[in-house]
Ligand binder design. Structure first.
Ligand code: PLP
Length: 426
């Protein structure tokens, strides 16, 4: 019998965590606010939507906010605003969720991918300039897993080439770069408010910007109910209110009032919940830094506030030579850790059949509905994105649980055991 639980030893985790009172209070408030909306029959439109938009604009320090039915709609609206003609290019990261990129194609644009920084896992600013052409319209960044991208570097390049900057801040509600909120650092901020996010409405999204033109473009694309907000140059679109108003072409991207109400309550608790989570995660990261072969996620000095959508532990493949990532996860799971429970990272997007298919497959359909002559991508151009997946292990992001040193120490002990007794895994 070995020492590790996977070989018959005692489990490292014996104590279970407790849900935080903060989280319980938030749930109570959400149940009440949604019940009130049902009782009032505010089930398709409600003042709660503009309350969320006003509060979000205030929170992010931007002029305009527009709530939507999901994050994908906010990204479609952003790319619709910055893309001028079919074939325009958007420079983006190869390491992100596909829904940060397919809206580029659906707005008539072509995604041009950059590899990532090996520490932050965000777009590598050093690769952006060489990808810029006369067709480039914007740079899109995802603040991956909550860690802000290096925005000074990115904004400097954008300014030099007169490009817009779109932030996909779907992972980073409340996170800050040098004291400023993600989503307010470029020209347009896009947030998913889907159920797993740091702040959620169940299924929803919100866009924010200081730029009136971008705000108006987003209204034109998906919010006929807000056409009265458009400036006079769009009067033609508003129709003649004396008769029947025009409805115009476009989509219906408005948020459900229940989702807006839920998100409004989440916003009230966001900073406190992020802070509690980071207290838990920092305790674990500090402990892991003293254990050979493991380390917590990297945090750049420019980060002033953080929340982790995914808590990705780094491991050193050299130290664990000959032991697969799967085997390490199994050993941690046997100790009682929810290892491998979340997303360990993203498969580089250029590997997605939807982007690479060229014959009679749906991939061809998505391209050919919108743009012709799309580029061929080569996985060899993205070596960092290829590698990081095999050097990370996701564990529970420690969200909404009370800070409890005894419980957190047991997690650290589990990693220490797996590191010290790794030879049992061979
Ligand atoms: C980085 C990123 N972009 C976009 C989206 C799309 O958001 P939604 O699912 O709300 O449409 C997500 C959702 O997971 C995401 O993680």
């Amino acid at each position: 019998m070995g020492i590790l639980a996977i070989s018959g030893g005692q489990k490292a985790i014996r104590k279970q965590p407790r849900k935080s009172a903060l989280f319980q209070n938030m749930l109570e408030e959400q149940i009440q606010i949604v019940s009130h909306l049902i009782a009032k029959r505010e089930i398709s439109s409600s003042p709660v939507v503009s309350q969320l938009e006003e509060k979000w604009a205030q929170y992010t320090g931007t002029k305009y906010a527009l709530a939507m039915n999901n994050g994908t709609a906010t990204l479609h609206s952003a790319f619709f605003s910055v893309i001028e003609k079919p074939g325009d290019e958007i420079i983006t990261s190869v390491h992100t969720w596909h829904l940060g990129v397919t809206p580029i194609i659906c707005a008539g644009g072509i995604p041009i991918f950059c590899d990532i920084d090996p520490l932050t896992l965000n777009i590598n600013p050093a690769e952006i300039e060489e990808k810029i052409t006369s067709r480039t319209k914007a740079i899109c960044v995802t603040h991956c897993y909550g860690h802000p991208a290096d925005m000074d570097e990115i904004n400097k390049i954008a300014k030099k080439y007169k490009l817009a900057v779109v932030e996909d801040a779907s992972h980073s509600h409340g996170c800050e770069y040098k004291g400023r909120k993600t989503g307010s650092l470029g020209d347009i901020g896009c947030f998913s408010l889907q159920g797993s996010k740091l702040m959620t409405g169940g299924e929803a999204g919100i866009l924010n910007t200081d730029n009136k033109e971008y705000f108006e473009q987003a209204i034109i694309l998906g919010h006929y109910e807000k056409f009265s907000l458009l400036s006079s140059k769009y009067d033609r679109y508003k129709g003649n209110t004396e008769t029947v108003p025009f409805m115009n072409a476009g989509f219906k991207y408005r948020i459900h009032p229940f989702a807006a109400a839920m998100a409004l309550v989440e916003l009230k608790y966001l900073d406190e919940r992020n802070a509690l989570q980071i207290k838990n995660c920092s305790y674990i990261s500090d402990g892991l830094d003293k254990i050979e072969g493991f380390a917590g996620p990297y945090v750049a000095p420019y980060v002033t506030k953080l929340g982790w959508l995914n808590f990705l532990i780094r491991f050193d493949p050299e130290y664990f030579k000959g032991i697969s990532r799967r085997r390490i996860i199994e050993a941690l799971q046997a100790e009682g850790i929810e290892a491998g429970s979340g997303r360990p990272g993203y498969i580089p997007l250029v590997r997605q059949p939807m982007l690479s298919d060229n014959d009679d497959h749906p991939g061809k359909a998505i391209w050919h509905h919108f743009v012709k002559n799309h580029p061929e991508y080569n996985i060899e151009d993205y070596p960092v994105a290829e590698k990081v997946l095999f050097e990370r292990i996701s564990i529970s992001p420690m969200r909404d649980i009370e800070f409890d040193e005894e419980y957190l120490q047991q997690i650290i002990d589990a990693f220490r055991k797996v590191s010290a007794h790794r030879n049992e895994l061979r």
